[in-house]
Design a binder for this molecule. Structure first.
Ligand SMILES: Nc1ncnc2c1ncn2[C@@H]1O[C@H](COP(=O)(O)OP(=O)(O)O)[C@@H](O)[C@H]1O
Ligand SMILES: [Mg+2]
Length: 254
C-alpha cells in the first residue's frame, strides 16, 4: 500500500447551538480525527448525534464553537467549490438534462475540456446514453448517479456524503454502494461518508468511526481490512458488526 498523508484533520472540535431557553445545546464534543488522503471513511452514529453538523463544519458552512478542521494543513473557514456534498435529497436541477447538471460546476473550463470531463464521469457512473435525459425520467438510483457524476466532475478535493442512499429502495441501495466502491477504487477521492446504518458502514468503509449519541463524541473506531466485494455472510464481517454494535452501545439488543 502506498504511503498516505493526512487530508482532513479535526482537532478538539466542539459545536454547540444557542437555544431559546438560553441553554446551549452541545452537539459535538472534542472530536479529534485525521482522515487520510484517498481514504473512504464512514462516520457512524445514531440520528441527532451531530454527523451532519460535523460535515457542515468540514465543508465550511458552519463554524465550530471551539477547535478546528483543516484540509491539507489549511484551516477551513468558508465553502470551497472543490469540496463537494452528496445528499440524500436530490440536489440535481429538474430543468436541466443529465449533461447540463454534470457540467454545472465546470463551466469555467474551455468547452473541449468540459466535454471530456463530463463524458468521462457520466460513463464512469454508468449513465452513458442518458446525457440528454431530464431528471423526471430517471429512477432514484439514476438521479443519485447524476449527483455523484456532478461531484466527481470538479475533481473534488474531498467528497462529503451525508446518508446519500437513505431514500433509495434496499436493492438500489446495495447496488449504489458497490458502484461507489468501484468508482472510489478507480479515482481514489477522499470520501467522508456519514451513515446511521451499520451494514452500510461495514460494506463500504476502510475505517469506521463511531460516534456516541448527542453530544457526539468519538466512541471508537474500527478498521475494516476486508477485500471488496465483501462477503456479507463471512465470520469476519459478523465480528466487525458486533464490535460496531458494542461501540454504539446497542449490542444487548441484537
Ligand atoms: N443550525 C442549528 N441550530 C440549532 N440546532 C441545530 C442546528 N443544526 C443542528 N442542530 C441540532 O443538532 C443536533 C445534531 O443534528 P445533526 O448534526 O443534524 O445530527 P445527525 O446528522 O447526526 O442526525 C440535533 O439535535 C439538531 O436539532
Ligand atoms: Mg444528518
Amino acid at each position: 500500500m502506498t504511503e498516505r498523508r493526512p487530508k482532513v484533520v479535526f482537532e478538539g472540535l466542539s459545536k454547540s447551538f444557542p437555544q431559546k431557553s438560553g441553554v446551549r445545546l452541545s452537539v459535538l464534543e472534542d472530536v479529534d480525527l485525521t482522515v487520510e488522503e484517498g481514504e473512504l471513511i464512514c462516520l457512524l452514529g445514531p440520528s441527532g448525534c451531530g454527523k451532519s453538523t460535523l460535515l457542515n463544519i468540514a465543508g465550511g458552512f458552519e463554524a465550530p464553537t471551539s477547535g478546528s478542521v483543516s484540509i491539507d494543513g489549511v484551516k477551513v473557514d468558508a465553502p470551497h467549490p472543490r469540496r463537494v456534498f452528496v445528499f440524500q435529497e436530490f440536489g440535481i436541477f429538474p430543468w436541466a438534462s443529465v449533461w447540463d447538471n454534470v457540467v454545472l460546476g465546470i463551466r469555467a473550463l474551455p468547452g473541449e475540456q468540459q466535454t471530456e470531463i463530463a463524458q468521462g464521469v457520466i460513463d464512469l457512473v454508468g449513465l452513458t446514453g442518458f446525457e440528454r435525459t431530464y431528471p423526471m425520467a430517471l429512477s432514484g438510483g439514476m438521479k443519485q448517479r447524476v449527483e455523484v457524476a456532478r461531484a466527481l466532475a470538479v475533481s473534488p478535493d474531498v467528497i462529503y456524503m451525508d446518508e446519500p442512499f437513505g431514500a433509495l429502495d434496499s436493492l438500489t441501495r446495495l447496488t449504489m454502494r458497490s458502484e461507489l466502491i468501484r468508482i472510489w477504487e478507480e479515482r481514489r477521492p477522499t470520501i467522508l461518508f456519514v451513515t446511521h446504518d451499520v451494514d452500510e458502514a461495514v460494506q463500504l468503509a476502510e475505517r469506521v468511526v463511531v460516534f456516541s449519541a448527542r453530544p457526539g463524541r468519538i466512541a471508537g473506531e474500527v478498521p475494516i481490512d476486508l477485500p471488496h466485494p465483501r462477503d456479507l455472510g463471512s465470520p469476519e464481517y459478523g465480528s466487525v458488526k458486533n464490535r460496531l454494535y458494542e461501540l454504539l452501545g446497542v449490542s444487548h439488543l441484537i
